[in-house]
Design a protein around this ligand. Structure first.
Ligand SMILES: *Cc1c(COP(=O)(O)O)cnc(C)c1O
Length: 855
C-alpha cells in the first residue's frame, strides 16, 4: 500500500509521572538505585533489553504500562519520593564545598579527559581512566564543587568485543544515534546552538557541543561528525583510542584547544584547569595563546599565568604508555599555531622535548602537561613515587624524592559500585545515611554488628545473580559459535553460587599478566577440581585492537577454558563493560590482580570488589599497597609476593605465581570451606569497612580540592589580578635567573675527608663561596642537602639553610651553614643553590634552576 505519510509513534508520558523524562536526562539516576527501579518496575524486560538506557526506554515502553503504573498507588508514592530526592539534590545549597570553602574566590574547576565512564548505556569510555573520570565527576557533583567537565561524544566509542570459537578477539563498532543519549545541544550565551571551530592543517573543523547532566555538573562533549565538516574530519570523534598518531594528535588538539574555546563561548571562565592524563595537555597551549592575544602578555608571562591555575594528573607509570609525538608531526600540526603564542620554534618544542633512549627527540604530552601545570600528582602513593623517578629529569638537579609530583590515591564512587542489596543492608544496619558518613570510622566499626548470616546470604544472592549473568552471556556467545541445542544445555553447569569464585577482569595488557595463574597448569587443575573444595575463575577484559600480545592472552585463556579438565572451572566472558564489572565485583569471593609491579598506577576494580566484600588477592602494587592491612588477626584480603620490585621478570613471575598457589591452597580455600563461616565473613567485613572508608571518590575529590584545586585557584587568582602585575614580576625575575644561571659558580671552602666516620649528633659546618652574577643573594636559597642512601638510592633528603656571612667581592658571597645527623646510616651531603621567590607556591616550583658545586 502507498501511505500518505509514515510516522513513528512514541509513548506519551502521563502527566502524573512526567518527571521520569527529567530523570532520564540526568545521569543522577545511575547512582540512585531507587530511581532505576522506577524504570525497571514499569517493564523489567525492556529495561534490560535497552541496556538500562532510560532515554530509549521511554521511547519504547508501552503506553498501557505507563498508564497502569501512573495509577498504581505504590509506584506513584515511590515516584514522588524519588522526584523529591532528585529535586532536593539539584537545589541543595548546603553542600560540602559550600560549607568547607566559603572563601573560594570564584570561577569553575574545569576538568578535561578523553573518556568518561558514567554508565554502560553511554559507552564513551574504554577502561580505568574513563571510569575514574566518571566517578570523579559524580563525586564533584555530590560534594557541590563548582565543577565543569569536557570530553568527547564518540560516534562509535570503544569497540565491542567478541571472542570467536578459536579464541580470537573480534572488534566491532556500532554507530550511535545521539538522540538515544541523554544529551542536549549546548547553547552559547545568546541561546543559539553552540559550534566552535579550530584550524587543523589549515582547514576549519567545526565542533558541535553536547551537554550531559551528571547530577549538578555539566559535562560538555565534543562532536565533529556534522555536515559542515569534511568527511575526514567527521571521523575525528568517531573512535576512542582508534587510529594512528595523526588521528591522536588531532583528537588531542580538539580536546585541549577546542575544549577551552567551548567553555569561553559559554561564558565559563574557570579558575582551575585540571588535565586528567596527558591527552588534555594542549589546553595549556590554548590558554597561553589567550593570554598572549587577549591580555598582551609575552609568551613567558603567559606561561606563568597558565601554570598558576593548572593541575595535572598522570596515570601512566610505564614510559611507553605516555603519549609522545614525533617532532615532524608537531611541526606539521603546530607550525601555524606557535606564532600565535609568540613563541619561537625552539621555545615551543622545549615545552615537550624529551630525549628518547635511542638519542632521538620527541614531544611528550606528559612533559608538556608538567610544564603547563604548577601542580601535578600521581594516583597512588607508590605511583607518586614511581612518577617522581620517571620524571625527575624534567626537574634537572633534583633527587627523585624532591620532585614535586604528589599523589592522590584513586577511589571509586561507592553508590555507583556497591550492589544495591548491600547498600540496603548498610542503610538498615549501619546508618540510614551511610553514604554521607562514608569516611567515618565509627560508622564502619558497627559493621561487626551485622549478623554474619545476613551479610553472607546477601553475598550468596549476589553470587547467584552473577551465575545467571554468566549463563546468559556464555549462551549468547556459544549460540553464535554455532553450538547445538544439546551443547547449549551444558551451560547450566557452568558457575555455581556455592563454590569459591575468583574474578579477574581488566584490560588485557601484558603487564597485567592475566595468564600468570596458568604457569603450573597441573597444580591449578588440582586446586580447581578438588571435589570437596572446588574453585572457579571468571575472566573478562578487552585487549586494544592493536595489541596483539594482549589478544594472545585472551586466546590462551579461552583455550584453557575449553580444555576438558577445566570445563566449568575457567570461564571467559566477552565485552567487559560497567554492567559486567558491577556483576563481577559484587558476585565473586576473591578479586585477583597480579600486575607486574610497579606498573599498575592504582587500579580501581579491586576497590569496587573490596567494598562489596569480594576480597582482594593482589600483588602489592597501586592502591593495594595502601589498602592491604597485612594484619594476621584483622585480615582484610591477601597479598601476592612481597613489597618489592624485581629486575628479572621471569623470577618475578615465578615467585608471584607460587605465592598465588600457596596462598590459595593454604589460606583462602581452607578458610572459605571451613565449617565455621564466621572467619570468612569477618574478612569480608574487614574488607568492606577498610576499603569503603578510604578508597572512595568522595575522599578523593575532597583531597583534590584541598591539595590541588584550592591552592591552584588561589595562585591563579593572584597571578591574574591587578593587570597581571604578579605574573609579570615573576616572569621577569625567572627570565633574569634563567639567563644568568649558567654563570653561577659555587666553591666549597670547608675541607671534607671522603668516607669519614661520624657520630650521630656531631655538628658539621660548611662554608661556601658563591658567584651570583646579575642575580643577587635574595633570589636564591643556599642550603646544605643531606641525603640518606640505601641500596644506591636516595631514600630521604633533608635540607639545612645556609646564612649569608658577607659579600667577599662584587657578586661573590660567602654562605655558611651547619647540620647534624640524628640517625645512624649511610649519607651523602652537598651544598646547593636553588631559585627562591616569594611568589613561588612551593620549593622546586620551577624546573632547571638548581645548581651544585662543580668538582
Ligand atoms: C573499574 C573498571 C576498570 C578499571 O579497573 P582496573 O582495576 O583499573 O583494571 C576498567 N573497566 C571497567 C569496565 C571497569 O568497571
Amino acid at each position: 500500500m502507498d501511505f500518505l505519510n509514515k510516522v513513528t509513534v512514541v509513548p506519551s508520558l502521563p502527566e502524573k509521572i512526567k518527571g521520569l523524562k527529567d530523570l532520564s536526562k540526568n545521569m543522577w539516576w545511575t547512582w540512585n538505585y531507587d530511581s532505576q527501579e522506577l524504570f525497571e518496575e514499569i517493564d523489567s524486560d525492556l529495561w534490560k533489553k535497552v541496556n538500562r538506557n532510560p532515554v530509549i526506554f521511554l521511547k519504547q515502553v508501552s503506553q498501557k504500562k505507563l498508564e497502569a503504573k501512573s495509577n498504581n498507588k505504590k509506584f506513584f508514592e515511590k515516584y514522588e519520593k524519588v522526584m523529591k530526592k532528585f529535586n532536593q539534590y539539584l537545589n541543595e545549597k548546603n553542600t560540602w564545598f559550600n560549607a568547607t570553602h566559603k572563601d573560594y574566590p570564584q570561577g569553575e574547576i574545569a576538568y578535561f579527559c578523553a573518556e568518561y565512564g558514567i554508565h554502560e548505556s553511554l559507552p564513551i569510555y574504554s577502561g580505568g581512566l574513563g571510569i575514574l573520570a566518571g566517578d570523579h565527576v559524580k563525586s564533584a557533583s555530590d560534594l557541590g564543587l563548582p565543577f565543569v567537565a569536557v570530553g568527547f561524544l564518540y560516534r562509535e566509542g570503544y569497540f565491542i568485543q567478541q571472542i570467536d570459537k578459536n579464541g580470537q578477539q573480534q572488534s566491532h563498532y556500532e554507530k550511535f544515534d545521539f538522540s538515544n543519549f541523554p544529551v542536549e545541544p549546548a547553547k552559547d550565551s545568546n541561546g543559539d546552538e553552540l559550534y566552535v571551530n579550530i584550524k587543523i592543517l589549515g582547514r576549519s573543523v567545526y565542533v558541535k557541543v553536547w551537554k550531559l547532566n551528571v547530577g549538578r555538573v555539566s559535562l560538555y562533549l565534543l562532536d565533529t561528525d556534522i555536515k559542515q565538516n569534511d568527511p575526514e574530519d567527521r571521523k575525528l570523534t568517531h573512535r576512542l583510542y582508534g587510529g594512528d598518531h595523526e588521528m591522536r594528535i588531532k583528537q588531542e588538539m580538539l580536546l585541549g584547544i577546542a575544549g577551552v574555546r567551548v567553555l569561553r563561548e559559554m561564558g565559563i571562565n574557570p579558575s582551575v584547569w585540571h588535565m586528567n592524563e596527558g591527552h588534555a595537555a594542549f589546553l595549556g597551549l590554548e590558554r597561553v595563546k589567550e593570554y598572549v592575544q587577549q591580555e598582551n602578555l609575552t609568551f613567558k608571562e603567559a606561561l606563568e599565568a597558565t601554570r598558576a591555575g593548572s593541575v595535572f594528573t598522570t596515570h601512566t607509570p610505564v614510559p611507553a604508555g605516555n603519549d609522545t609525538f614525533d617532532f615532524n608531526l608537531i611541526e606539521k600540526y603546530f607550525s601555524d599555531y606557535w606564532p600565535t603564542l609568540e613563541a619561537t620554534r625552539d621555545e615551543f618544542f622545549d615545552l615537550g622535548r624529551e630525549q628518547r633512549p635511542d638519542g632521538s627527540q620527541a614531544f611528550s604530552m606528559t612533559i608538556l602537561a608538567l610544564k603547563m601545570a604548577g601542580r601535578a600528582n600521581g594516583v597512588s602513593e607508590l605511583h607518586g613515587k614511581v612518577s617522581r623517578g620517571l620524571w625527575k629529569h624534567v626537574w634537572d638537579g633534583l633527587e627523585a624524592v624532591e620532585v614535586p609530583i604528589s599523589h592522590v590515591t584513586n577511589g571509586v564512587h561507592s553508590e555507583t559500585w556497591i550492589a544495591k542489596e548491600l547498600q540496603d543492608l548498610f542503610a538498615e544496619e549501619l546508618n540510614k545515611n551511610w553514604v554521607s558518613e562514608l569516611d567515618d570510622p565509627d560508622m564502619w566499626a558497627k559493621i561487626d554488628k551485622i549478623p554474619d548470616e545476613k551479610l553472607w546470604n546477601t553475598h550468596v544472592e549476589l553470587k547467584g545473580k552473577l551465575v545467571d549473568f554468566i549463563h546468559e552471556r556464555v549462551k549468547a556467545q556459544r549460540a553464535r559459535h554455532g553450538e547445538t541445542v544439546e551443547q547449549l544445555q551444558e551451560i547450566k553447569t557452568i558457575g555455581d553460587k556455592n563454590i569459591l569464585t575468583i574474578g579477574f577482569a581488566r584490560r588485557f595488557a601484558t603487564y597485567k599478566r592475566a595468564t600468570l595463574i596458568f604457569r603450573d597448569l597441573e597444580r591449578l587443575e588440582k586446586i580447581l577440581n578438588n571435589p570437596e573444595k572446588p574453585v572457579q575463575i571468571v575472566f573478562a577484559g578487552k585487549a586494544h585492537p592493536a595489541d596483539k600480545p594482549g589478544q594472545e592472552l585472551i586466546k590462551r585463556i579461552y583455550e584453557i577454558s575449553r580444555m576438558p579438565q577445566f570445563k566449568d572451572k575457567i570461564i571467559i566472558l566477552e565485552n567487559y563493560d560497567m554492567n559486567m564489572a558491577r556483576h563481577l565485583v559484587s558476585g565473586v569471593d576473591i578479586w585477583l590482580n597480579n600486575p607486574r609491579r610497579p606498573h599498575e598506577a592504582s587500579g580501581t576494580s579491586g576497590e569496587k570488589a573490596g567494598m562489596n566484600g569480594a576480597m582482594n588477592f593482589s600483588v602489592l602494587d597501586g592502591w593495594w599497597v595502601e589498602g592491604y592491612n597485612g594484619e594476621e588477626k584483622n585480615k582484610n584480603g591477601w597479598a601476592i609476593g612481597d613489597n618489592r620490585d624485581y629486575e628479572d621478570t621471569d623470577l618475578q613471575d615465578r615467585i608471584d605465581s607460587v605465592s598465588i598457589y600457596n596462598t590459595l591452597e593454604n589460606e583462602i580455600i581452607p578458610t572459605y570451606y571451613s565449617e565455621d563461616k564466621s572467619k570468612w565473613v569477618k574478612i569480608m567485613k574487614n574488607s568492606i569497612s577498610s576499603v569503603a572508608e578510604f578508597f572512595n571518590t568522595s575522599r578523593m575529590v575532597k583531597e583534590y580540592t584541598q591539595k590541588l584545586y584550592m591552592p591552584a585557584a588561589e595562585q591563579g587568582n593572584k597571578f591574574n589580578k591587578d593587570g597581571f602585575r604578579v605574573t609579570k614580576d615573576f616572569a621577569h625575575w625567572r627570565d633574569l635567573l634563567e639567563r644568568n644561571w649558567q654563570s653561577i659558580k659555587i666553591k666549597v671552602l670547608t675541607e671534607h675527608n671522603t668516607d669519614e666516620q661520624l657520630e650521630v649528633g656531631k655538628e658539621l659546618n660548611i662554608e661556601a663561596e658563591v658567584y651570583l652574577p646579575g642575580i643577587g643573594p635574595d633570589s636564591i636559597d643556599p642550603e646544605i642537602v643531606l641525603a640518606r642512601i640505601q641500596e644506591n638510592e636516595v631514600t630521604n633528603l633533608k635540607t639545612f639553610k645556609m646564612k649569608l656571612i658577607k659579600e667577599a667581592q662584587k657578586d661573590t658571597y660567602i654562605f655558611k651553614g651547619s647540620f647534624e645527623i640524628d640517625e645512624r646510616g649511610y649519607y651523602g651531603y652537598n651544598v646547593r643553590i636553588s631559585a627562591s621567590h616569594p611568589y613561588m607556591p612551593h620549593k622546586n616550583y620551577l624546573m632547571g634552576l638548581v645548581k651544585h658545586p662543580a668538582f
